[in-house]
Design a protein around this ligand. Structure first.
Ligand code: NCD
Ligand code: ZN
Length: 339
């Protein structure tokens, strides 16, 4: 049987929620990944070190017996985050970054930053304490077309942030456009990006053609094929600025199959297999290990993992529903399977 063995990967962008959903979804990530950068957009958001440490404990409790998994905690940046809290976070070994959500950009982002141009002192503190800033890079103006929101965020805000804070480490999260790829490629080595499996595998037709398919709806929204091709080229290029972040974002099925459905694709069930399909589609499986297992760790200044995982070339069907959550590609055939 054809197999692929790579160093155990890290997921550099993950939503695991809390309570019952956390218990249901965490084992899937912990089975595949050694570590994951945990997003702080809970209700209420994780804005303090104390909250992040309590959330970390809850995550540790949800790891199945015998499995080793390390959550890398992040804090939710708000316009009123005290500089003291940034300092405390920098001094805490369990906190690895701050997450910037423009207010209203996505799920649980109401407490986010309303005016990104008015947080200079916070960005200066992050730069000073060398804490990475993870950015949901979309403008929220009602008059900006949803398909343009990432490009406009880069033009309107990100170029200026990068120019004003040249030593600030930034991850432009879940990039979805050719313009984002080009921005990251041309920026300094402080600037990197994560890429999700859904943006590598699908364009917006998957969500909108032949009926509306809410399980393909996430933010930033799937774009046209030209953008997908640019993302595949970046992910498989061997450029260490681009690394794996699933953005697996579980929502109960009835909240997605709804007249106002939630944004987020639940990909953790078969994350690595989904990436393998994307890489194989352009004969680039040899580039998967760097993207999945090396470049994210290097960016965060963490040691690369030592153990490995093996995928087998073996057909299987993703379950239609799992604990009330519909996975990405539910009921569809996959060609790689983690043993
Ligand atoms: C995420 C979620 O549900 O928390 N949703 C999504 O569509 N990606 C939030 C986010 O990362 O935008
Ligand atoms: Zn996310």
């Amino acid at each position: 049987m054809e197999t692929l063995t790579i160093t155990r990967p890290d997921d550099c962008h993950l939503h695991v929620r809390n309570g019952a959903i956390l218990k249901a979804v965490l084992p899937h990530t912990a089975r595949q990944f050694a570590r994951a950068v945990i997003m702080p957009n809970l209700k209420p958001p994780v804005t303090t070190v104390a909250q992040a440490l309590a959330y970390r404990d809850e995550i540790l409790q949800a790891i199945p017996e015998g499995v080793t998994f390390t959550p890398l905690m992040t804090l939710y940046l708000t316009a009123s985050t005290p500089i003291e809290e940034i300092k405390r976070a920098a001094e805490c070994e369990y906190i690895h970054a701050f997450k910037l959500y423009p207010a209203g950009a996505t799920t649980n982002s109401d407490a986010g930053v309303a005016d990104v141009t008015k947080i200079h002192s916070l960005l200066a503190a992050l730069e000073k304490y060398d804490l990475p800033l993870l950015i949901h890079g979309e403008v929220t103006d009602e008059d900006c077309d949803i398909f343009d929101r990432e490009r406009v965020f880069i033009e309107r805000y990100l170029l200026e942030i990068v120019a004003n804070f040249p030593a600030l480490r930034i991850v432009l999260e879940h990039v979805t456009t050719k313009e984002a790829v080009e921005f990251v490629e041309s920026a300094s080595d402080k600037i990197s990006a994560t890429i999700t499996p859904q943006h590598l595998l699908f364009n917006r037709n998957a969500m909108l053609a032949g009926g509306i398919k809410p399980h393909y709806y996430c933010l930033p929204i799937l774009k046209r094929e030209t953008h997908r091709l640019a993302l595949v080229r970046a992910a498989t290029s061997g450029n260490p600025k681009f690394f794996l972040g699933t953005d697996s974002a579980p929502h109960l099925t009835d909240l997605k199959e709804n007249s106002c459905g939630c944004a987020g694709c639940y990909s953790a069930l078969a994350a690595l297999e989904l990436y393998a399909e994307a890489f194989e589609s352009v004969n680039a499986l040899d580039k998967l290990e760097g993207f999945a297992s090396f470049y994210g760790a290097d960016f965060y200044g963490l040691p690369r993992n030592i153990d490995s995982v093996t995928l087998e070339k073996s057909d299987w069907i993703i379950p239609a529903i799992y604990d009330g959550i519909t996975p990405l590609k539910a009921g569809k055939l996959l060609h790689w399977k983690m043993g």
